[in-house]
Design a protein around this ligand. Structure first.
Ligand code: C2O
Ligand code: CU
Ligand code: CU
Length: 587
């Protein structure tokens, strides 16, 4: 009897310790619109118990609030920079005008406030925000500046999915950082200062800035919004018992149907929404979120060897988590909530991929690294120049659908004697790059490996994307339409390995309005048969007025002989013009 009591007592204590999180991860607070106020500030964060390390956060010491937005809303985000140094904030994945995108051209000076305003045009999904100052993105992100954006829409709302934030719906930013245990600082490089390579020892694993954290999850369907917010590391995400993750969303929206898989490979910048069925576990049980990095092929950062044929581990090793399976987070199963979601819908969103035939332009880009020279993006494998903020690399016509072919060059790009498809004869380092483009969400068409084998994207990659993992030697083709925003301010495309981006593996494009050519001699009012004014003064004066608002372009072929009009004027998108053969609308 006495023995039983003791047993019982310890059982309760053990159970209790299982019921209460030992080290609960941070769950960022939510902010609702239409006006969001963010302040970027310096702070401290205890990565290791008892040691404060300098950190940066939005409205706090580290990370930032989750911005919740509804599709169709007009929002304004006020970002006050209290860091004491310049920075920018970019809304990763959102389709907004380049002026509102927060790229390197939208510098926020110390004590200045940046206040972009935009309509939420994206689909329900998980997006994120982070600084994007050229040369300083690595520093600012790894010091802690990143936050989630959750967009909701009616299509998602109509589905029976878990969506109670912090209860059965959790944003999880997966990160590793390199920590200096002597000075208690996060290590980084700037793109100007290449450092000593110790930033590659990113062995501190954290979820929502919490090391060895755990999370209480109810015994039901739970939605995890996974974001790889790391500087360079790819995660091979899985559960410790290898049970399925049901992927429901990719970067820019829900998939058409859930995709059950025991592994999700997530490269920096990528998101995946997954549902985990915790109903099969008992209350008090624990299960771990893992990265099975031992399964990553060489050439991917996170694997045993991040660079193929580079002749040694360099500064990348020793790093105990390279090529090793490790725990990122422990889930503790707690009791069901009152109204649990207990099943996963069989179909999700109406995903409409862009047909390949719609593309009228194809661009080829090479991600070039190795040979001891700077990382960069070029139109050919031989391109020599890295990012130059004053050079526009591509000009795209508004409304055009394009195919982009992105290659990760693993070859001796400066030698002609090596067959680019012969991985075996590779001379220079070969590595993966996560390619990201602003402005658009794209659809992956296919991947061609170094041997010429073509594969279609797996179901988890068939939705809207804004980052794609390009394997060493591989060419990925994607398709996108560049709608809505034309401006002289450029958008970026770049490798989302932060030290690569900072060092110049980035380029930029502008979107230009379509040009309408008007033959002034033919279209002069007096030349019209019925004498009607189909080319009237008003239309053009309206157009001319609109020029200051948006950017469409009319070119008068005869050089502006028609009175007060200049040879080139810019017009509003959507405006209707009367020409001799009928009216046209500028799209
Ligand atoms: Cu997540 Cu151009 O960035
Ligand atoms: Cu982005
Ligand atoms: Cu890269």
């Amino acid at each position: 009897m006495k023995l039983y009591k003791i047993f019982n007592f310890w059982f309760v204590v053990l159970l209790a310790s299982k019921l209460w999180s030992q080290n609960p991860i941070i769950i960022p607070p939510q902010l609702f619109g239409p006006i969001y106020d963010l302040e970027m500030q310096n702070g401290t964060h205890q990565y290791l118990d008892g040691h404060d390390a300098p950190s940066m956060g939005f409205n706090g010491d580290i990370l930032g609030p989750t911005l919740v937005m509804d599709a169709g809303d007009l929002v304004q985000i006020n970002v006050l920079n209290s860091l004491g140094e310049e920075t920018t904030v970019h809304w990763h994945g959102l389709h907004v005008a380049p002026e509102d995108d927060g790229g390197p051209h939208s510098e926020i000076d110390p004590l200045e406030t940046y206040s972009p305003q935009f309509e939420v045009l994206d689909k329900a999904s998980t997006y994120w925000y982070h600084p994007h100052l050229h040369h300083r993105t690595f520093k600012h992100v790894s010091f802690g500046l990143s936050g989630f954006i959750i967009i909701r829409d009616t299509e998602e709302q109509a589905l029976n999915l878990p969506r109670t934030y912090g209860v059965d719906d959790f944003p999880l930013v997966l990160q590793t950082k390199s920590y200096d245990p002597v000075n208690h600082e996060i290590r980084y490089i700037t793109g100007i200062n290449p450092g000593n390579g110790l930033h590659n020892r990113d062995s501190l694993v954290m979820v929502n800035a919490t090391i060895d954290g755990d999370l209480d999850v109810p015994q039901q369907m739970v939605r995890l919004r996974l974001l790889n917010g790391s500087q360079q590391r790819v995660f091979e995400v899985g559960l410790s018992d290898d049970s399925d993750l049901h992927q429901i969303g990719s970067d820019g929206g829900l998939l058409s149907a859930p995709y059950a898989t025991d592994r999700i490979r997530l490269s920096p910048g990528e998101r995946a929404e997954v549902i985990v069925d915790f109903s099969s576990y008992s209350v008090g049980q624990s299960i771990e979120l893992m990265s099975y990095a031992s399964e990553l092929p060489d050439g991917i950062w996170g694997a045993d060897d991040p660079i193929i044929n580079h002749g040694g581990p360099g500064t990348y090793n020793p790093n105990p988590i390279n090529g090793a399976d490790f725990t990122m987070l422990t889930f503790n199963i707690i009791a069901q909530t009152v109204d649990p979601v207990l099943s996963i819908p069989a179909t999700l969103a109406n995903v409409v991929p862009i047909p390949e035939e719609e593309a009228t332009v194809t661009r080829t880009k090479h991600l070039i690294a190795g040979n001891g020279s700077a990382v960069r993006i070029g139109n050919t494998p031989q391109s020599a120049d890295g990012f130059d903020i004053d050079v526009i690399n591509d000009v795209i016509t508004l409304g055009t659908t394009e195919i982009w072919e992105i290659s990760s060059d693993t070859i001796a790009y400066d030698t002609t004697s090596v067959d680019p498809l012969e991985i075996d004869t590779m001379t220079w380092p070969g590595q993966y790059h996560p390619f990201h483009i602003h402005d658009v969400q794209f659809f992956i068409l296919d991947r061609t490996d170094g041997d010429g084998n073509v594969t279609l994207p797996h179901p988890g990659e068939q939705g809207r994307k804004d980052v794609v993992l390009v394997n060493p030697g591989e060419t990925v083709r994607f398709i996108a339409t560049f709608d809505d925003f034309a401006s002289p301010v450029p958008y970026m495309y770049h490798c989302h390995i932060l030290p690569h981006e900072d060092a110049g593996m980035m380029a930029q494009f502008t979107v230009e309005p379509p040009t309408i050519y008007v033959d002034n001699t033919v279209n002069h009012p007096s030349s019209l048969e019925d004498g009607s004014l189909t080319y009237p003064y008003n239309e053009f004066s309206e157009a001319y007025e609109a020029a200051s608002i948006q950017h469409g372009k009319i070119v008068f072929l005869s050089g502006g002989t028609y009175g007060e009009f200049p040879p080139e004027i810019t017009v509003f998108k959507g405006i209707e013009l009367q020409l001799d053969d009928g009216s046209i609308t500028i799209e």
